[in-house]
Design a protein around this ligand. Structure first.
Ligand SMILES: Nc1ncnc2c1ncn2[C@@H]1O[C@H](COP(=O)(O)OP(=O)(O)OP(=O)(O)O)[C@@H](O)[C@H]1O
Length: 643
């Protein structure tokens, strides 16, 4: 190792770390006890990693094969130490892991902070507080760590001291450390003295870290008659249960234990929304304990975001973030899968190919969908409330499943919730089953409209006839909704039909008299339709008399097999080529503006263009040439006022 690396060096924190430290202290103070949970959680992960790496290289255990976490305190020095004999950190790793935040989406996360302590505390919880939570209770933190496999002389000492509540820099230097692993010493702030007690620390461990797989040991205390107080002995005692929670039977695990374990695996601050725990036997034997979080993580939409499943094989930790274990549309699920059959040396590459993994994934997917169904259809009001919460946080992600998971499509479709014309509010509360239950006598289709915003959907002219007849229409305004309807042709035998595509066929809901009227109008208006078509030229595929409108003069519809207008716009915005297709302009023969057009000579082309453009605007489209549109409107207004 070079001289410079060995000498103490002062390095600056990444700007975001400084910000996080500051926020942590100010926003999380009322949750100060979590620091112990976070440090123990990291220590446990470090032990897991060592156990896994040692599968290939047993020498990493050195002469210390029993993994454990040790917690101690020194009342005089006012310190608490959390030590593990896990994988440890090299100097470079300490700099990278403790001096920077490498998570994707970090900048976006900081952009969301508001300065309101309560809200920010919540956000920080979602971001993951981790190691830095030590600074809630300590104003100086010293980390001494040696990576397994490195010689005793190549350990690193990392230290950061806060001046007031600010810390801008830390020091690293090379030191000796006999045992591998990490020892973190917290120099407590004023007012934290209550933490310097065996009783207090033990109760925190039992409360937050009971489920940790490795033993958490502390020195035993004994009553000393001479000193008339409890004194520490040299004897160790294990404070936690120290067994893998998921291997225990469901009946033996309390709600609180499940919740505490969730916070560890998910690095979440909040309690989970729901969980499913089962042992699957048969061709493949595995245990899964899967949680649905309450809130979306800050990086839900980041393609490189971590996935939340930890894979174990026969209780040996294999990997975090095993993305193959959950389909992408369930990427918010957190938890553990422990397989009895996979080889211990399984790698990400092997997972990609493994049929066993496919089976486990499909089993886990079913479990999560069943869990969600249980909430969605639950008798208890609390379940429904939970499902509404789930939908608010993850509904958009679940929608992706309709196109992604063919085998479970109908099930996923059953879990979807939409806004509709029934309530005419943006709240997504209507299931397809609700919709079908409310269908009109003789109605055999599920109608929907897609638009870029809820208001554009709600006010779409295409809804006029539906509103008049009291037929419910789903109002879809998420981008992903186009993907949903593009992949979901029917539900429960009922076709999903866009109200803005193809010829409107209301089947038996159609009024015969109206139909006749329209046919008559089509004959009567044939000449006008032809003239308009000729005038609009390339902009339209056809011009027809409509059945859809009651109030508006015109609307645009896509031909049956063409890409819908909203989807075409989304594709265009995403830089993708939508197949070029022209819309059909439908005109309302009852409307005075249309009636008038029959007799228009001089300004016919302007009228036709304005009708087209306003139909385009009404359904959320953008004008190619807004200036000309405005000019035409002005000209027509002047013409009407006799100028
Ligand atoms: N006891 C430890 N032994 C070895 N490495 C550690 C230890 N504690 C922390 N680290 C390293 O520092 C990194 C950062 O820890 P930190 O707790 O801040 O975040 P995290 O655990 O990765 O994620 P989260 O913020 O979600 O908790 C860890 O990923 C790990 O690589």
């Amino acid at each position: 190792m070079s001289e410079t690396a060995a000498a103490a060096q002062t390095l600056n924190f990444q700007a975001e770390v400084k910000q996080l430290l500051h926020l942590m202290i100010h926003s999380l103070y009322s949750n100060r006890e979590i620091f112990l949970r976070e440090l123990v959680s990291n220590a446990s992960d470090a032990c897991d990693k060592l156990r896994f790496e040692a599968l290939d290289d047993g020498a990493l255990y050195e002469d210390d094969p029993d993994l454990r976490i040790r917690i101690g305190f020194d009342a005089e020095a006012r310190t608490i130490t959390v030590a593990d004999n896990g994988i440890g950190m090299s100097r470079d790793e300490a700099i990278a892991h403790l001096g920077t935040i490498a998570k994707s989406g970090t900048r976006e996360f900081f952009g969301q902070l508001t300065g309101d302590q309560k809200k920010d505390a919540h956000l920080i919880g979602q971001f993951g507080v981790g190691f830095y939570s030590a600074f809630i209770v300590a104003d100086k933190v010293t980390v001494v760590s040696r990576r397994a496999g490195l010689p005793a002389g190549e350990a690193v000492r990392w230290e950061c001291s806060m001046a007031g509540d600010e810390a801008g820099a830390y020091t690293v230097e090379q030191v000796e450390k006999a045992g591998r692993g990490t020892e973190i010493t917290l120099h407590l702030r004023e007012g934290q003295e209550d933490l310097l007690s065996s009783w207090k620390l033990k109760s925190l461990i039992r409360k937050y870290s009971d489920h940790i797989v490795q033993p958490i040991v502390m020195k035993k205390e004994e009553w000393n008659d001479e000193e008339k107080k409890q004194v520490l002995t040299d004897e160790d005692e294990t404070v936690n249960q120290a067994n893998a929670l998921w291997t225990r039977s469901r009946n033996d695990i309390s709600e609180d234990e499940y919740k505490a374990f969730y916070k560890h695996v998910a690095h979440d601050f909040e309690e989970p929304l729901a969980w499913t725990h089962s042992r699957v036997e048969g061709r493949h034997e595995y245990t899964n304990l899967l949680y649905v979080p309450k809130n979306a993580p800050f990086d839900l939409w980041d393609r490189n975001a971590r996935h939340g499943i930890k894979l174990y094989v026969k209780r040996v930790f294999i990997m975090d973030d095993a993305e193959k274990l959950m389909p992408t549309y369930l990427r918010f699920v957190r938890g553990v899968v422990d397989s009895a059959d996979l080889p211990l040396n399984v790698s990400r590459e092997i997972l990609q190919e493994s049929k066993d993994i496919d089976t486990i994934r499909s089993g886990c997917t079913k479990k999560v969908l069943a869990l969600l169904e249980g909430l969605a259809n639950g008798e208890e009001a609390a379940d429904k409330e939970k499902y509404a919460g789930f939908w608010g946080a993850f509904g958009k992600v679940l929608k992706e499943g309709v196109g992604e998971d063919f085998a479970n499509r109908e099930k996923i479709a059953g879990l979807l919730r939409f806004a509709s014309t029934k309530a005419d509010t943006p709240d997504e509360v209507v299931s397809l089953a609700d919709y079908i239950g409310r269908m009109k006598e003789g109605q055999d289709k599920i109608y929907y409209v897609t638009a870029e915003s809820f208001n554009a959907a709600r006010n779409s002219p295409h809804l006029e006839i539906f509103r008049k007849k009291g037929i419910e229409v789903l109002l879809l305004s998420d981008r992903v909704d186009e993907w949903v309807v593009g992949n979901l042709a029917e539900f429960d035998g009922k076709a999903l039909v866009s109200v803005a595509k193809g010829g409107l066929d209301l089947g038996v809901l159609e009024d015969e008299a109206e139909k006749k009227e329209a046919e008559k109008a089509a004959d009567e208006y044939k000449e006008l339709l032809d003239r308009m078509k000729a005038s609009l030229g390339e902009r339209v595929k056809d011009v027809k008399v409509t059945l859809r409108l009651t109030d508006s003069p015109a609307c645009l519809v896509a031909d049956e097999h063409d890409v819908g207008m909203n989807l075409a716009r989304i594709l265009k915005a995403a830089g993708q080529d939508a197949p070029a297709s022209r819309p059909i302009l439908e005109i309302n023969p009852q409307h005075p503006a249309v009636l008038r057009l029959k007799y228009e000579e001089k300004h016919f082309d302007d009228w036709a263009a304005v009708l087209f453009d306003q139909a385009l605007l009404a359904e959320g489209g953008k004008l190619d040439d807004p200036a000309t549109f405005v000019k035409r409107i002005n000209q027509l207004m002047m013409a009407m006022s006799g100028n």
